[in-house]
Design a protein around this ligand. Structure first.
Ligand SMILES: Nc1ncnc2c1ncn2[C@@H]1O[C@H](COP(=O)(O)OP(=O)(O)OP(=O)(O)O)[C@@H](O)[C@H]1O
Length: 767
C-alpha cells in the first residue's frame, strides 16, 4: 500500500466565469483581478465604476475613491474568464482521473454561488465539442487509457458508472427510477457508499454520455432569477475503474518467489460532484417550492462549511460533523479521508456578486488546509496473503524465542518449545487449508471469467428472429441474470470462506499470545516459590544451629550435675560407712555411678531417704536442692524432645512444599482438589514461621529459668552452704574422723554449688 504526501491530496482551484449577458446589460463592473495563475485579488472596485460613470458624464474620477475592500488570495490554480474547458481538464481534472486509474479514490467538487458555472465546468455543453466539461473528457481519457493499457498488459479493466442526486436531503438514483430514499453505508474495505445504487458497466464513452443524459433528465432543475436552468440538487457522477493484473514475479519483487504468478486487484473511484448553488433568497426571489429547496441547499452547504471548519480547526477538533447532512456523510472519504480531492470554486466577476464571491473565496481558502491521506485500493492475491501470514508467523516465532531466552528454568524452556512447535503445526495446517481454499477460489475466478467471456461472445454473436438480438429477448436476459447471480453468489461465498480462514488464523495467533502470557506467569510464580523455599531453608538451618547449641550446653550441664551428684552420694556413703571406704572408689567410677542413677531414676528414690542424724540435715537439704536442679534439667530434656518433634514436623512440611514446587515446574498451574494452591503453601510457610518464633520464645523462657536457677544457687544455696560450714566448724569439739568427713562433704557440696553456678554462667554467656 503506497502513501502520498498528504498536502498533495487536497487541492483548491478557482474558476472565474465570463460575465453573462444579463450582467453586461446591468452596467457590468469587473471586481476580480487575476494576478498570476495562482493568485487573485477581489475588490469593490469603485474606481472603475466611478471612472465609467465619469466617462459617461465627462468628469475626472476622484483619486481617493480608487479601490477599497480589497482581498488577495493564493490557491493551487486560478482560471480566469478566458480559461477554456480543455485547460481546466488538463491542468486540474486529468490528475484526478489518472489517480483513479492507479487505484486511488479521487473526487472533484464544484462549489460556488448559483449561476457561477459549476454545471458548465462539470458537464459542459454537449452541443459544442469545445465546451465539453470534465465528465465527458474524463470518460474519454479513461477509455483511451484502458485501450492503450490493456493492449500492453494482461490486464482486464472494467469501468462502471453510477449517478445520484441529493434533493431535499433525499438520495435518489438518477439512472434507476426505483432508486429513491437510498441509504449511506460504510464498510472497512469499501469506505462510504450508497446502498442499492445501481452501477452500470460501460464499455464506450457513448455509454457514459447516454447515462449522463438519462440522469440529467431526471435531475431536479428549475429556473431562478440568477440562473435559467439552476440545479436544485447536489449531483454525484461516479466512475469506478476495476483492474486485475496477473504477472510473473521477477526477482525485484519484495518477498515474492521468482517465477510465481502474482495477481492483484485495483479499484479506483472517481466522484464528480456538482453541488447545488448557494443563493441569497433576497436576490434569487425564490418562493414556495423554490424557497424550500433553497433552504435545504443552503443548510447542507452550511454543514459542508462546518465540516471544513472542523477539519481545518487549528486546535485539531476530534469530532467532525459528517453526519449532519447527507452531502457531508457521502463526501466523508473525500474530506479528510482516503481520497485525492480537488475543490473547484466558481465565482462570478460581477460587482453585484461581490459578497458571495468573497465568501466563496474565503470558504475555498479555508478548505486549502484540509489534509487527506490517499491510499491505493489494492487487494493482494491469495498467495501474497499467505506470504503475509508467513511473515507474521516468522515474527511471532522470533518474539517467542526472544522471550524464551529469559526464562531461567530449562525444563520450562523445553515446554515452551513444545508449545511453540504445536502452535506452528496448527498454523501450518491453517495455511495449508487456506492454500486449498485459494486454489479453489482461483479456479472459481477462472470459471467466472470464462463465463463472462462466453456471455460477451453470445451477446455479440447471437441474433434471433427478425434481426432482434438474442440478448434483448426477456428469456435470455433472465437466464443471463440467473447465471450471473449464481456466479456472483459463489464468488461471494468463496470470499466469505477466505475471510473465515483469515479470522481463524488471527485467533490462532491470539492463542499463541495467551500461551506466552501463561508461561511467563508460571515462570514468575516458580521464581517466587523458589525464593520462599530458600528463605525457609535458611530459617530452618538457623533453628537447627540454635537447637544444637542448646543441646550442647544442656549436655555440659548434665555432665556437671552428674559429677557433683556422684560426689555427693559418695560423701553420704562415706559418712555412713566410715573413712575406710573413702579411697575405694575412683572419681570416674563415681561419675559413672551417678550417671547410671540419673538415667534409671534411682536418684529420685534417694531423695526420699530419711536423715540418719541431726548432723546429716544440711547434707540432705542440699541433696534435695540438687534434686530440684536435676528434675529441672529433666524437664528441659523433655522440652528439647518437644522442640525436636516440632523441628521434624517442619521438615515434613518443607518436603511437602518441595513436592508442590515440583508440581508447579512440571506443568501449568491448574488448581484442583489434590494440589494445594499457592495461597495455602504461603499460609503453611507463614504458620511455620510463627512456630519457629514460638520455639525461639520457648528457648528464651528456658534461658530465663536457668538464669533464675543460677541466681538461686548463687544467692541462696551458696550462703546457706557457707553458714552450714561455719556452724559445723564451730560445733566440732573433737577431732574425730567423722567430723573430718562431714567437713569434707560440706566443702564438696559448696564446690558442687559453685561448679553448678559456673556451668550455668558458661551456658548463659554462650547463649
Ligand atoms: N466558463 C464559462 N464560459 C461560458 N459560459 C459559462 C461559463 N460558466 C458558466 N457559464 C454559463 O453560465 C450559466 C450558468 O452556469 P451553470 O448553470 O453552469 O451554473 P451553476 O453554477 O451550475 O448554477 P446552479 O448552481 O444554479 O446550478 C450557463 O448559461 C453557463 O453556460
Amino acid at each position: 500500500m503506497r502513501r502520498e504526501d498528504v498536502n498533495e491530496n487536497f487541492k483548491v482551484v478557482i474558476r472565474i466565469r465570463p460575465p453573462l449577458e444579463r450582467e453586461i446589460d446591468q452596467d457590468f463592473v469587473n471586481i476580480v483581478r487575476v494576478d498570476d495563475d495562482r493568485q487573485l485579488t477581489i475588490s469593490e472596485n469603485v474606481a472603475l465604476e466611478t471612472q465609467q460613470r465619469s466617462q459617461k458624464k465627462g468628469t475626472e474620477p476622484q483619486p481617493e475613491a480608487m479601490m477599497y475592500n480589497s482581498h488577495s488570495f493564493t490557491f493551487d490554480h486560478v482560471y480566469d474568464q478566458r480559461a477554456r474547458q480543455v485547460d481546466v481538464y488538463n491542468h486540474t481534472a486529468r490528475d484526478a482521473v489518472r489517480s483513479t486509474l492507479a487505484g486511488y479514490n479521487a473526487t472533484i467538487i464544484a462549489y460556488g454561488q448559483t449561476g457561477t458555472g459549476k454545471t458548465f465546468t462539470m458537464e459542459g455543453h454537449s452541443s459544442s465539442p469545445e465546451d465539453r466539461g470534465i465528465i465527458p473528457r474524463a470518460t474519454e481519457d479513461i477509455f483511451n487509457y484502458i485501450q492503450q493499457f490493456s493492449n500492453q498488459n494482461d490486464n482486464h479493466p472494467k469501468t462502471k458508472a453510477s449517478y445520484l442526486q441529493i434533493y431535499n436531503e433525499n438520495i435518489s438514483d438518477l439512472l434507476s427510477p426505483d432508486g429513491s430514499n437510498l441509504q449511506i453505508r460504510e464498510e472497512k474495505q469499501k469506505g462510504v457508499y450508497v446502498d442499492k445504487l445501481k452501477e452500470f458497466v460501460v464499455k464506450t464513452p457513448q455509454d457514459i454520455y447516454a447515462l449522463m443524459e438519462r440522469g440529467a433528465q431526471i435531475r431536479a432543475t428549475g429556473s431562478t432569477r440568477l440562473n435559467e436552468l439552476s440545479s436544485r440538487s447536489h449531483a454525484v457522477f461516479i466512475i469506478i475503474c476495476e483492474q486485475s493484473e496477473t504477472r510473473m514475479v521477477d526477482d525485484g519483487d519484495y518477498d515474492s518467489h521468482e517465477g510465481e504468478m502474482r495477481q492483484s486487484f485495483k479499484i479506483g473511484k472517481l466522484n464528480l460532484v456538482d453541488l447545488a448553488g448557494s443563493e441569497r433568497v433576497r436576490y434569487s426571489g425564490a418562493t414556495g417550492q423554490r424557497l424550500e429547496e433553497s433552504k435545504k441547499i443552503n443548510q447542507s452547504l452550511s454543514c459542508l462549511g462546518n465540516v471544513i471548519a472542523a477539519l481545518t480547526d487549528p486546535r485539531g477538533r476530534q469530532h467532525i460533523p459528517y453526519r449532519d447532512s447527507k452531502l457531508t456523510r457521502l463526501l466523508e472519504d473525500s474530506l479528510g479521508g482516503n481520497c485525492k480531492t480537488t475543490m473547484m470554486a466558481m465565482i462570478s466577476p460581477a460587482l453585484e456578486a461581490f459578497s458571495e464571491s468573497l465568501s466563496t473565496l474565503k470558504f475555498a481558502y479555508r478548505a486549502k488546509s484540509i489534509k487527506n491521506e490517499a491510499q491505493v485500493n489494492e487487494d493482494l492475491d491469495h498467495k501474497m496473503l499467505l506470504r503475509k501470514y508467513e511473515r507474521e508467523l516468522k515474527q511471532l516465532r522470533l518474539e517467542l524465542e526472544k522471550k524464551s531466552r529469559n526464562v531461567v528454568d530449562k525444563k520450562r524452556l523445553l515446554e515452551l518449545e513444545e508449545q511453540k512447535r504445536r502452535a506452528e503445526e496448527d498454523k501450518l495446517a491453517a495455511i495449508t487449508a487456506l492454500e486449498q481454499r485459494s486454489r479453489a477460489f482461483l479456479k472459481e475466478q477462472k470459471m467466472k471469467r470464462y463465463l463472462e467471456q462466453r456471455i460477451t461472445f453470445m451477446e455479440n454473436e447471437l441474433v434471433v428472429g427478425l434481426g432482434e438480438k438474442m440478448q434483448e429477448t426477456p428469456a435470455f436476459r433472465k437466464l443471463l441474470k440467473q447465471e450471473y447471480d449464481r456466479v456472483q453468489k459463489k464468488y461471494e461465498n468463496t470470499l466469505a470462506e477466505l475471510e473465515r480462514e483469515r479470522q481463524s488464523i488471527e485467533e490462532d495467533k491470539a492463542q499463541v499470545d495467551r500461551y506466552k502470557q501463561l508461561l511467563l506467569k508460571q515462570r514468575d510464580i516458580m521464581i517466587a516459590l523458589t525464593g520462599r523455599l530458600n528463605e525457609r531453608d535458611e530459617t530452618i538451618l538457623a533453628l537447627q544451629e540454635e537447637l544444637d547449641a542448646y543441646d550442647h550446653h544442656q549436655k555440659m550441664l548434665e555432665d556437671a550435675l552428674d559429677r557433683k551428684t556422684a560426689a555427693l552420694i559418695h560423701s553420704q556413703r562415706m559418712s555412713h560407712e566410715g573413712p575406710a571406704s573413702v579411697n575405694t572408689t575412683t572419681p570416674a567410677e563415681e561419675a559413672q555411678f551417678a550417671g547410671i542413677l540419673n538415667r534409671t531414676g534411682d536418684y529420685a528414690s534417694d531423695e526420699g531417704t530419711e536423715p540418719t542424724s541431726g548432723k546429716d540435715l544440711p547434707v540432705n537439704g542440699s541433696a534435695s536442692k540438687i534434686g530440684d536442679l536435676q528434675s529441672k534439667l529433666q524437664r528441659s530434656y523433655l522440652e528439647n524432645e518437644t522442640l525436636m518433634t516440632q523441628y521434624r514436623q517442619m521438615e515434613e512440611d518443607n518436603k511437602r512444599l518441595r513436592q508442590r514446587l515440583l508440581q508447579v515446574t512440571k506443568g501449568p498451574i491448574i488448581p484442583d482438589a489434590s494440589t494445594p494452591s499457592l495461597e495455602s503453601v504461603v499460609a503453611v510457610v507463614d504458620s511455620q514461621k510463627q512456630q519457629i518464633y514460638g520455639l525461639k520464645q520457648q528457648c528464651i523462657t528456658k534461658e530465663k529459668e536457668k538464669q533464675a536457677l543460677k541466681t538461686i544457687l548463687e544467692t541462696r544455696m551458696k550462703p546457706m552452704m557457707e553458714t552450714i560450714r561455719k556452724n559445723t566448724e564451730a560445733n566440732i569439739t573433737d577431732d574425730s574422723e567423722v567430723n573430718t568427713v562431714t567437713m569434707k562433704t560440706i566443702i564438696g557440696m559448696t564446690r558442687l554449688v559453685e561448679a553448678s553456678i559456673e556451668a550455668l554462667t558458661i551456658k548463659a554467656q554462650s547463649s
